[in-house]
Design a binder for this molecule. Structure first.
Ligand SMILES: [Zn+2]
Length: 106
């Protein structure tokens, strides 16, 4: 991960984003909302700093920041399921040696 080696900084908190599991940019890529060529130029954010995105995640391994107001799944069930699936996918692809072009959900 050249991106991580270069220590890309979160545009919100200023701390480096060390792992793609904590990257909002990569989650958006897995979701098909960011294109591959945009990955290396777009501003990086921690998932837990990007409240517009992380409030849709329902996953035991994802600890929501206290100040986040979770989306009621009844309000947007499809988005909760999709973002949660994307987060699972992100965890799945890490360290598997699969090509980055295979990361996005089908
Ligand atoms: Zn951050």
């Amino acid at each position: 991960m050249a991106k991580c080696d270069q220590g890309y900084k979160c545009e919100i908190c200023g701390e480096p984003v060390k792992n793609i599991i904590e990257s909002a940019l990569y989650l958006r890529y897995v979701l098909g909302e960011v294109q591959l060529h945009e990955l290396f130029g777009a501003p990086e954010r921690h998932l837990h700093c990007d409240h517009d995105l992380c409030r849709f995640i329902r996953h035991e391994k994802f600890v929501q920041p206290e100040e986040v107001e979770l989306v009621d799944p009844a309000d947007d069930q499809a988005r909760v399921e999709r973002v949660t699936r994307g987060y699972e996918r992100l965890r799945e692809v890490v360290g598997q040696g699969i090509p980055i072009t295979d990361y996005p959900l089908k």
